[in-house]
Ligand binder design. Structure first.
Ligand code: FAD
Ligand code: UDP
Length: 370
């Protein structure tokens, strides 16, 4: 008899498996329908011997000391600050938009103060910022919105930024200085030996059994357990009874080239011309030295594995119906990006899992004392 059946061996499931096994001495069975652990953060050495991320670029960044300290139990780190260029009007320009972006795009030599005035002169007045279009046009005006955001977003999400919640494009700030880092978090680093190695360490506890290539529906009636932690899509768990929650998918096209470097930076975004949104060159992320190089192209798709919950009001409403049901389902905990339908980064999922663990742990202590 297992104390916990954990469905999904990504961040949400693996953090809970590790905590429950090591801190509460629980017997845990963690399963995944894929043939590997680590969920979407899975990385592996490809046929050329280059460390690549199977499901697109994963860059770790967080402001949470708790999350960073927790993961540091399972990995050493390589400091890494992420930089991205956008291909616009035949040039490669820093994104997030900063002082250099504007100066290069328009052939100007503005100061930080002047670029601030420039943004103010082109910004559109928006009374209430609610959509992903509002966020950008209210800061940098329509022309920059159209060059850098509108088409990228339409391609990535299959809908116009005006149909998406403001939280989507709010992920990308606007700067008047020359800081060209994609993230400004306190902790920015990559697991020194990769994400999968870190997950192997998390799951290497004698109380944890790992079962791959297994959908939970194949075993939930066969293997006895007391409680379930579910990290798959919440609508699927409930048999889509209120309808399907929309997810956006991607197709990843991996390529290895017979050259040491392909791109001038880790990622190049293609807002306008190409059918893909971005190309990532993994050696920048991992620091690996190798005579060849591997890259991945991301092609957005409507169908396929559910990678992105789609933040917009009607989807939040539909999710709330599922959430009510989830809250009333005894002995099943829903956690992670798919089970709580949240566009979360890795660190946010770790934080969410640690919070759920604390709740379970307090409940255990209370029931022991009762
Ligand atoms: P997942 O990693 O999706 O794990 C869920 C697991 O459950 C999966 O392995 C799935 O196979 C399994 N599962 C589902 N249903 C079943 C079932 N019925 N039976 C058995 N198993 C099942 N975050 C960052 O912080 N930085 C980044 O740079 C970054 N880049 C990203 C790039 C892309 C292209 C994508 C898609 C995401 C990116 N993320 C990034 C987000 C990151 O991937 C997620 O925050 C994180 O992986 C979510 O962890 P999770 O455990 O909730 O879900
Ligand atoms: N975005 C854009 N142009 C860019 C970069 C981002 O329009 O050059 C928008 C787009 O809608 C994207 C969102 O901002 O989906 C969030 O970007 P981020 O890089 O955080 O996406 P992720 O890495 O999660 O795919």
């Amino acid at each position: 008899m297992f104390d916990y059946l954990i469905v999904g061996a990504g961040f949400a499931g693996s953090v809970l498996a590790e905590r429950l096994a090591s801190q509460e001495n629980k017997k845990v069975l963690i399963i995944d329908k894929r043939n590997h652990i680590a969920g979407n953060a899975f990385d592996h050495y490809n046929e050329a011997g280059i460390l690549v991320h199977k499901y697109g670029p994963h860059i770790f960044h967080t402001n949470s000391k708790d999350v960073f300290d927790y993961l540091s139990n399972f990995t050493e780190w390589r400091s890494y600050e992420h930089r991205v260029l956008a291909s616009v009007d035949g040039q490669l320009l820093p994104i997030p938009i900063n002082l250099d972006t504007i100066n290069k795009l328009y052939g100007l030599n503005l100061t930080a103060f002047e670029v601030d005035e420039f943004f103010e002169s082109v910004a559109e007045k928006v009374d209430k910022i609610t959509t992903s279009e509002d966020v950008v046009v209210s800061k940098v005006g329509r022309e920059l919105y159209e060059k850098f955001f509108r088409n990228y977003t339409r391609k990535q999400w299959g809908m116009d930024p005006s149909e998406l919640d403001k939280s989507v494009t709010s992920r990308v700030p606007t700067r008047t200085n020359r800081d060209d880092r994609y993230f400004t978090d306190t902790y920015q680093a990559m697991p020194l030996h990769g994400f999968t190695r870190m997950f192997e360490k998390m799951l290497s506890h004698p109380n944890i059994k790992v079962m791959l290539n297994t959908d939970y529906k194949e075993i939930e009636d066969i293997i006895p357990f007391k409680e379930m932690i579910f990290t798959g899509p919440v609508d699927e768990y409930f048999g889509f009874r209120f309808g399907k929650l929309p997810y956006r998918s991607l197709e990843f096209k991996h390529e290895t080239l017979n050259t040491e470097k392909m791109l001038p930076t880790a990622v190049v975004n293609y807002p306008n011309e190409q059918p893909y949104t971005r190309i990532t060159e993994f050696k920048y992320l991992t620091g690996q030295q190798h005579p060849k190089t591997s890259v991945v192209y991301e092609y957005p798709q409507a169908e396929g594995d559910p990678y992105y919950p789609v933040p917009r009001p009607e989807n939040a409403e539909l999710y709330n119906q599922y959430k009510k049901l989830a809250d009333q389902t005894p002995n099943v905990h829903f956690v992670g990006r798919l089970a709580t339908y949240k566009y979360y980064n890795m660190d946010q999922v770790v934080a969410q899992a640690l919070t759920l663990f604390k709740k379970i742990s307090i409940r255990e202590t209370n029931s022991e004392n009762a």
